[in-house]
Design a protein around this ligand. Structure first.
Ligand code: FAD
Length: 467
């Protein structure tokens, strides 16, 4: 076990742990050393629900409410432990929900305010084994499916979307490693991931190319036993805190911009120079600054197949499914606040339906649509992939549509929740505050622009005979 990490089962030792920038980092330190404690407001708001979670079934949001004799007057106590959605029945979802309710949620506002890495949540994810979920059981992991991990991402997102995205982005890289990382070096890396302690980030987007990952400007300079890479990365979420950064580049300086390879930059062989700060309107805990990467890459840390193969055969699909789970969880978080608000109003006026109840039932339709779309497309991918048609063009259209739809639904659900909660949702200091959720939801629209995805679908649909 590495220093700074605690044995599994100890009570949240990460709460004392600071960020672990083990790679050399130069440039503006936009993330200060945070006090990793709960704010007084959070203590008051979450304390009792965390206790309730320890003895009640994780799925029992309504149970949580019913066990509180003062439920009508103290909505504050259950807001962060509202309802693990009914379909959150999987083992991983339960674990993720607990981490969300007990660790990520209580510090989510602090993480947002300070734009800091959610160190305590990520350490809990490490200890829980969720970071190794996708590693096959024979390699020491949990052998989970993409859908199961999507469920975990969604459960965390209800409490802290930045933390959920970290779990999602790391899991995309693990998925790629499992599927395509067949060199001895990458298999060894996967064994390290299986211990649950490795956190992987990605630096795919590049300054000047934005979210177009089908091309690269930078190139691997060949050297003895590997090569050297210099890259102007547009954004690298939690790059300073990761144990390795997976990235893409042209195969060699004379290769075409589409002739790309994927490689792992190990923290010990990597220098990061911060080139842009992360002071954004939302998703602030992802700490997605821009960096100049300078890395020495060993031959065996280069994926043995072209990036185009990795992308078409799983990476693009996993990316959409895992990240869309965060947008669905975010929509659920907004809806949960509106639901709690309406229930509290209903308790105050027994026999008379609160005026906002009707709007809540409309909002429930949107949330149901988001859940069903995610489930439907994830099942569609699993089925097609099993049959060897995972690269089906119709599926690609569906995956992009899923991203556009769920991210837009997160925004519209958050706005509707605000209309339901009114001033209580508009104020930042009430248990119904929707400020962070609304800001985070807008991040979903630009985290690879929906316009770009719609443009890609437009090109495909123009030549396809079927939708
Ligand atoms: C929270 C967050 C975390 C991120 N983390 C990472 C990370 O870890 N690693 C990483 O590599 N990248 C990361 N990124 C960057 C991300 O992958 C995209 O590169 C970035 O969001 C820019 O997306 P874009 O190129 O689609 O849009 P932009 O470059 O922002 O494009 C600007 C606008 O131009 C228009 N536009 C662009 N392209 C098209 C098109 N083809 N058709 C029609 N209109 C278009 C759209 O209106 C778009 O909004 C992150 C971004 C965010 C917001």
């Amino acid at each position: 076990m590495r220093s700074g990490r605690s044995a599994r089962g100890e009570p949240h030792p990460a709460l004392q742990a600071g960020p672990r920038p083990r790679m050399r980092v130069h440039g503006p330190a936009h993330i200060g050393e945070p006090p990793h404690g709960r704010t007084a407001w959070h203590r008051e708001r979450v304390g009792s629900c965390a206790t309730a979670c320890s003895y009640l079934p994780l799925l029992g949001g309504s149970l949580l409410m019913d066990t509180d004799p003062n439920a009508a007057s103290c909505a504050t106590n259950f807001l962060d432990a509202l309802t693990a959605p009914l379909v959150a029945r999987g083992e991983l979802e339960k674990v993720a929900w607990k981490i969300g309710a007990e660790i990520a949620g209580p510090v989510a506002d602090e993480v947002d305010a300070q734009a800091r890495f959610p160190v305590e949540t990520v350490d809990a994810l490490r200890q829980s084994g969720l970071l190794a979920a996708l590693v096959p059981a024979e390699l020491g992991g949990k052998g989970a499916t993409l859908l199961e991990v999507a469920g975990a991402v969604r459960a965390v997102a209800m409490h802290c979307t930045s933390s959920a995205l970290i779990l999602g982005m790391h899991s995309i890289e693990v998925f790629n490693l499992v599927r395509h990382g067949t060199t001895p070096g990458l298999r060894k890396l996967l064994e390290e991931v299986a211990t649950g302690r490795m956190l992987l980030a990605n630096a795919n987007s590049e300054v000047g190319l934005g979210g177009d990952v089908t091309r690269s400007r930078c190139a691997l300079e060949p050297g003895t036993g590997g090569g050297h890479l210099e890259k102007e990365a547009l954004a690298v979420s939690y790059g300073e805190y990761a144990d390795g950064i997976v990235t893409i580049a042209r195969r060699s300086p004379d290769a075409a911009d589409t002739d790309q390879i994927m490689m792992v930059c190990r923290a010990e062989n990597l220098t990061l120079e911060c080139t842009s700060e992360w002071n954004t309107m939302g998703l602030r805990g992802t700490c997605s600054s821009g960096f100049r990467l300078s890395a020495t890459i060993a031959d065996e840390d280069i994926f043995p197949v072209p990036f185009a193969t990795i992308s078409n055969d799983g990476a693009a699909q996993a990316r959409q499914i895992l990240l869309c789970a965060a947008w669905v969880g975010l929509a659920e978080a907004a809806a949960a606040k509106a639901h709690a608000f309406v229930r509290a109003a209903a308790r105050r006026s027994i026999g008379a339906l609160p005026p906002s109840a009707l709007r809540l039932s409309e909002l429930a339709i949107d949330v149901q649509a988001a859940r069903c779309q995610l489930l439907g497309v994830a099942l569609q991918y699993a089925e097609l992939d099993r049959a060897g048609y995972g690269e089906d063009a119709g599926l690609m259209v569906a995956l992009r549509s899923l991203k556009v739809s769920t991210s837009e639904l997160a925004v519209s659900t958050a706005t509707s929740a605000l209309q339901i909660c009114g001033m209580a949702g508009f104020r930042r200091t009430t248990p119904f505050a929707l400020d962070r959720i609304i800001r985070d939801a807008h991040g979903g629209l630009v985290m690879v622009s929906n316009e770009r995805l719609l443009g890609d679908n437009a090109g495909l649909l123009a030549v396809r005979k079927t939708l």
